[in-house]
Design a protein around this ligand. Structure first.
Ligand SMILES: Nc1ncnc2c1ncn2[C@@H]1O[C@H](COP(=O)(O)OP(=O)(O)OP(=O)(O)O)[C@@H](O)[C@H]1O
Ligand SMILES: [Mg+2]
Length: 278
């Protein structure tokens, strides 16, 4: 899979959505029936339904927010898009590539910043990014790697070992890893959890710039003021179902909340509220 680190935003333009989910459900398997230990005599439990008939699309160039309380299914949905988890039913596509049938192309179209910090302690920051570039068939990617490092305030850490970085610095590297192949679609799963004001600012400046250049962004966050400021459209998930989907101004206007946090709290606590539209 050879390729160039530089992709023109014009290439992202397509009549098809950047992300599309059609009736996606996910039931996590129950405890294995084959277990022969002390739990084996207990009746088998049913699986856990983490997503229940989720459908929406994200158009190219959108900055889209996916919000919901802990356990709502946000990371599950992202894992399905990234091909890390299989949907139990329904279809998911990235840039019109099916996440199962066209896994390589769909994965290549995505940069995912995972919620959990995972890293290899044996490499430096630059080595980590070069290895990641290699996964996408990119050689001689150092110009772009340097640009990403500098935009994320990591330039002076390029030769530091991953183990020696603070938690917030490691999270910056996760963001850099997701961007290393200049993916048309960027998914950020709570990228600002536990990071300082500096990174929030530099991160949002950089991601907003990439969005203006044509990259599609899907963001999950519990910082609702971030979502309100950045996202043009927002979906809210509750117990695996979409309970609101609209433009940010329309959500604010329809529920009449002072800010997105008010709207969110009201929607999450009002069982009868149906906010799905645009
Ligand atoms: N591998 C798994 N096996 C069984 N249940 C799982 C698994 N992964 C997630 N779940 C369950 O699925 C539900 C949705 O989890 P998920 O991580 O998608 O939520 P989330 O919206 O990302 O929450 P958070 O805001 O805490 O990150 C939760 O109840 C979780 O316990
Ligand atoms: Mg999550």
């Amino acid at each position: 899979m050879q390729g160039s680190a530089r992709q023109e935003p014009g290439l992202f333009l397509s009549a098809m959505p950047a992300l599309s989910l059609e009736n996606v459900s996910k039931v996590y398997a129950p405890r294995s029936r084959g277990f022969t230990g002390w739990l084996a005599h207990r009746p088998a439990r049913r699986g856990f339904q983490a997503l229940d008939g989720v459908s929406f699309t994200v158009e190219h160039g959108e900055f889209f927010g996916l919000l919901g309380p802990n356990g709502a299914g946000k990371t599950t949905l992202i894992s399905i898009l990234a091909g890390l988890t299989r949907a139990s039913s329904g279809r998911a596509r990235v840039c019109d590539y099916d996440v199962v049938d066209d896994f390589r192309q769909s994965r290549r179209s995505l940069g995912v910043v995972p919620q959990e910090i995972v890293y290899d302690p044996f490499f430096t920051v630059r080595e980590t990014l070069r290895i990641q570039s290699g996964y996408f068939g990119l050689r001689n990617n150092d110009d772009w790697i340097d640009e990403v490092l500098s935009n994320l305030g990591l330039a002076d850490k390029a030769d530091s070992n991953m183990r020696a970085l603070s938690g917030g610095m490691k999270r910056r590297v996760l963001v850099a890893q997701a961007l290393v192949h200049r993916p048309p679609v960027i998914i950020l799963d709570e990228p600002t959890a536990g990071v300082d004001v500096d990174l929030r600012r530099t991160l949002w400046e950089f991601i907003s710039r990439l969005n203006k250049e044509g990259h599609t962004v899907l963001l999950t966050t519990h910082y609702l003021e971030e979502a309100e400021a950045l996202c043009g459209r927002i979906a809210m998930l509750k117990q695996g179902r979409i309970v609101a989907l609209d433009t940010t101004p329309a959500l604010l206007a329809r529920v009449g909340g002072a800010d997105l946090e008010d709207v969110f709290v009201r929607i999450m606590h009002d069982d009868d509220y149906l906010g799905v539209s645009a």
